[in-house]
Design a protein around this ligand. Structure first.
Ligand code: FAD
Ligand code: NAP
Length: 347
């Protein structure tokens, strides 16, 4: 039996910014076997096809034409295993945080710093999710996907994914071309906790944990994140709205002359050019005075200027209008162009 496609489906509860939006056509994919048929139907009907995970990194216009497929296929299997490591094949609709928790329970290590990142496993490679000094790319083995236009299946190796800082081929050449079905990860059975990241190290030190286990790093990440970042279920947001800008040594030195306090970090990203630095976008935004606008309906979070919040569930155009003001203020003050992290649709 073919997968039911519904018409005019509201999306406000399906995106963490809680913007009002409506999908012209919508379907929930729970069985991978249904995908070829639904893509064939979309081709026949000439619909644009888009993919939705848990909606934590998207900005939707009030009307989305075409078909939106919510990827909710689940399942985890062991593909290879030896004494040191395991390779897992994970269906794209699995919840990311639950998958991280499950890995820890099995004694499969590496992803603990990425705890509590909202969203699905299938979305993780799209922007090479990262936090607290770890990126998912370090554990990615391959991505199995289908072309939305043809229904053809593809297998991409980690190298094919061209992962970079909050970036991958899925945000560039293959943007909106594929639906990811399965992601393979290689994880370690030997604990190798990573906890040098300042806020993490500080929390662990306060607890007297000099040599934390992966489980303790997981708990630390959950505690630090919960204390700092707004829960989208309470205050709608899409996490960091902008990427941290990258600059070269010459630009950094020029900026430091004018702004000696400017936080900067050596950029160790996979595809970072030599002598490249990351600047804290939150600091740039705060410097431009956006934290002071605490009465606006759509505003920056009081604890974290990189997170735009939408407590009154206003339409996306108001969020993009604030984002535009921020981009232009930062450009005028620092000469730097902030790049939006969540992807906009329907504008
Ligand atoms: P969605 O928002 O549904 O989709 C995002 C993009 O991926 C869209 O373009 C969509 O078309 C595409 N997509 C989704 N699933 C598939 C699929 N199966 N196949 C093809 N394309 C697909 N990100 C970080 O990197 N680090 C963080 O620490 C972090 N913290 C966050 C904290 C908060 C409070 C919030 C709200 C967001 C945070 N994010 C973070 C951003 C977000 O959680 C990630 O980008 C996440 O991977 C998005 O998953 P999703 O399933 O919600 O994707
Ligand atoms: P933070 O610790 O306040 O740091 C602010 C920024 O400075 C971060 O963006 C971080 O870059 C950078 N930074 C800090 N210390 C660094 C170091 N030692 N080396 C390199 N870069 C450093 O960050 P936060 O906002 O509370 O977030 C904590 C972690 O969760 C960060 O890794 C952040 O990226 C991640 N996060 C991401 C999102 C999202 O939506 N993308 C939302 C919330 C949190 P990095 O971003 O490269 O780490």
């Amino acid at each position: 039996m073919s997968l039911p496609v519904q018409r005019d489906i509201p999306l406000q509860s399906l995106n963490t910014l809680a913007v009002p939006s409506c999908a012209e056509f919508f379907t929930v994919l729970e069985k991978a076997a249904d995908l070829p048929e639904v893509l064939a139907q979309a081709r026949q009907s000439n619909w644009t096809v888009r993919v939705l995970g848990e909606g934590s990194n998207v900005v939707f216009a009030q009307q989305l034409d075409g078909l939106l497929i919510k990827q909710r296929c689940c399942g985890i299997s062991v593909v290879e295993e030896d004494a040191q490591s395991v390779v897992l094949a994970v269906a794209a609709g699995e919840n990311w945080h639950q998958f991280v928790q499950w890995c820890l329970q099995q004694g499969y290590y590496g992803l603990e710093n990425l705890a509590l990142i909202p969203g699905t496993v299938g979305a993780a490679p799209i922007q090479n999710i990262g936090a607290y000094g770890v990126e998912v790319g370090g554990f990615l083995r391959s991505v199995q996907a289908r072309e939305l236009a043809t229904g053809k299946q593809l297998l991409l190796s980690r190298r094919d994914c061209e992962l970079d800082y909050r970036d991958s081929i899925f945000k560039r050449e293959l943007r909106d071309q594929l639906i990811i079905e399965v992601v393979q990860f290689r994880l370690s059975k030997v604990p190798q906790p990573v906890y040098a990241y300042p806020s993490l190290a500080q929390w662990l030190e306060q607890q007297g944990l000099d040599t934390p286990t992966p489980e303790q790093v997981f708990e630390a990440v959950v505690a630090v994140r919960s204390s700092r970042l707004p829960d989208p279920a309470e205050i709608p947001n899409a996490g960091s709205f902008f990427k941290n800008p990258r600059v070269d040594e010459a630009m950094l030195q020029q900026l430091l002359q004018a702004y000696p306090e400017l936080p900067h970090y050596a950029d160790e990203g996979r595809a970072a050019p030599p002598n490249s630095y990351k600047l804290a976008a939150a600091w740039l935004i705060e410097y431009c005075g956006f934290k002071e606008r605490s009465n606006a309906a759509v505003r920056v979070h009081p604890q974290h200027a990189l997170v735009l919040i939408n407590p009154q569930r206003h339409p996306a155009r108001e969020i993009l209008s604030l984002a535009g003001e921020i981009v232009s203020a930062v450009k005028t003050e620092f000469g730097l162009l902030l790049e939006q992290e969540p992807r906009s649709y329907g504008f």
